[in-house]
Design a protein around this ligand. Structure first.
Ligand code: SF4
Length: 446
């Protein structure tokens, strides 16, 4: 066993979506097999890796600003190695080395296995790049290290890539073809996490509903995989993200309704409520189809929370299109939403075919209207929970007060209640007495 003091320190900074956080845990695992240990102290690091996001322009701007700070650090510590990983690395490739001279390493989402070899290249004084996308790579045989984990919740990546080519999205270009991971390795990882004390796993993919594996000629689709993970242990909660409305099946809803440990919370990005805009976005469903899926969720899982993603101000969006989005929100009654202004991304279908013609002013006003609509809906949803008892999985001490514990119910809502002898990983029954748009407040009941 190589002594810790001989090991090099790596500081991994992650931007963007849950997939990136899951990838950072795979990156950590690969490096820890090669003489590295993880550190939370950037200043003491020998290697700093930024696992980046490219979904909107401001995500990349944040990375650029951060790189300036790292440049200053490198001036003080010339041996420091800086690597840029993830979607921004994949989108910009070698060009980044010209634009940011102090970067040593550029690695795309499918190149993490080559990190040790690339780092040797850097040690010999060269810059190193690997932005090849793969049609097979799923890192299925790599056990992620749980970075900054609370020991209760963990991500399990079940597939990579996406081929839906939504007109505004860079993911198909930065993460490549869709490929599913061997279900056996997914179930093993869930069982191992349970044995380590984790009590919740989130199955991750850009579009988990199109998960597909073949076992001796027999297809295994997402409902079957979800069922097998739920069978690992009834005390292991199971969540999943993200679903594409075009693939949300009644079979899946039946499986969720059958296993109490599969959480009643579905993230179903709608993006817009207007058929005109959905068509332009290449979302492959209509308003009517989406509402039919929502009706199916409410029929199979009456207490299910529904969250979504919404883009304000997509190319050619009119006030009527915007009103369609607001009315969609009211009809569905979302519990939560991620809401953004349209940000044109280079080389996407939208950038090639449409002009970004909605003014910044209209985008901002429409986004404000969407956010205040959602605030209203979230509060209304939480108010309906007052007087109900929920099983809460304790995640820790409230960040706001150390006299309070917090956790989440099956609907993925944060619940805060008076501190007691319970510890993270315990299930507690909580009677909800009050709420805000973001939080439920209650007391423990037997
Ligand atoms: S489903 Fe659409 S929005 Fe989601 S990752 Fe794929 S292309 Fe992007």
């Amino acid at each position: 066993m190589i002594e810790t003091e001989n090991k090099k320190k790596v500081f991994i900074e992650t931007y963007g979506c849950q997939m990136n956080f899951s990838d950072s845990e795979i990156i950590g695992s690969i490096l820890m097999e090669h003489n590295y240990i993880s550190t939370d102290d950037m200043k003491s690091a020998d290697l700093i890796l930024m696992n980046t996001c490219s979904i909107r322009d401001n995500a990349e701007q944040r990375v650029r600003n951060r790189l300036q700070e790292l440049h200053a650090l490198k001036k003080r510590k010339s041996s420091l190695v800086i690597g840029l990983l993830g979607c921004m690395a994949e989108r910009l490739k070698e060009k980044l080395l010209e634009e940011e001279k102090h970067i040593d390493l550029i690695v795309g989402p499918d190149g993490y296995r080559s990190l040790p070899a690339l780092l040797e290249q850097v040690e010999s004084g060269q810059k190193a790049v690997n932005t090849l996308l793969s049609a097979e790579e799923t890192y299925a045989d790599i056990t992620p290290v749980r970075l900054g984990s609370n020991g209760v919740n963990a991500f399990i990546s079940i597939m990579r890539g996406c081929e839906n080519f939504c007109a505004y999205c860079v993911v198909p270009y930065t993460r490549g073809k869709e490929r599913s991971r061997n279900p056996k390795t997914i179930i093993e990882e869930a069982a191992s996490l349970f044995d380590q004390g984790y009590r919740e796993v989130t199955l991750l993919g850009q579009n988990v509903n199109s998960y597909q594996w073949e076992d001796n000629g027999l297809p295994i689709e997402f409902p079957a995989l979800l069922e097998d993970v739920a069978k690992v242990n009834p005390l292991l909660r199971v969540r999943f993200a993200t679903s594409h409305p075009k693939d949300l099946s009644d079979d899946l809803l039946d499986v969720i309704a059958t296993y109490p440990n599969i959480c009643h919370a579905i993230h179903l990005p709608v993006q817009s409520g207007s058929n005109e805009i959905l068509k332009k976005m290449n979302r492959s469903y209509t308003r009517e189809w989406y509402l039919d899926r929502v009706a199916a969720i409410k029929k199979h899982l009456p207490d299910c929370a529904i969250s979504t993603d919404i883009i304000a101000g997509f190319c050619s969006e009119t006030e009527d299109d915007h009103k369609d989005t607001l009315s969609m929100m009211e009809i569905v009654g979302y519990d939560y939403a991620f809401m953004f202004k349209y940000s044109e991304r280079p080389n996407t279908i939208a950038a090639k075919k449409y002009s970004d013609d909605v003014s910044e002013e209209d985008k901002s006003r429409r986004l404000d209207e969407i956010i205040s609509m959602q605030q209203k809906l979230s509060l209304a949803s939480n108010k309906k929970d007052i007087g109900k008892v929920f099983e809460v999985l304790v995640e820790g001490v409230s960040k706001r007060s150390d006299t309070q514990l917090y956790g989440r119910n099956s609907q993925n809502k944060v619940v805060v209640f008076p501190r007691s002898s319970h510890k993270p990983g315990d299930y507690v029954r909580v009677l909800v007495e009050d709420c805000t748009p973001a939080t439920l407040r209650g007391v423990e009941v037997k």
